[in-house]
Design a binder for this molecule. Sequence first.
Ligand code: SF4
Ligand code: SF4
Length: 56
Amino acid sequence: MKVNKAKCLYCGGCVGICPTQALELDETILRVDEGKCTKCGLCVKFCPVGAIRRDE
Ligand code: SF4
Ligand code: SF4
């Protein structure tokens, strides 16, 4: 997953909805643990500003 830092509001919403706890928010750093991520796409759909996407 790729996070667009210019768009991300660091609201933490995606962190809360991720079913595998693959996302971690640390102030203004949103980390994706690719080992935990199942590419389910929930965070992509959830993000209000389209800041996270699949990197293919
Ligand atoms: S939901 Fe979007 S804006 Fe909010 S922390 Fe996640 S990627 Fe950033
Ligand atoms: S694609 Fe799914 S598993 Fe991966 S970070 Fe987003 S919500 Fe979590």
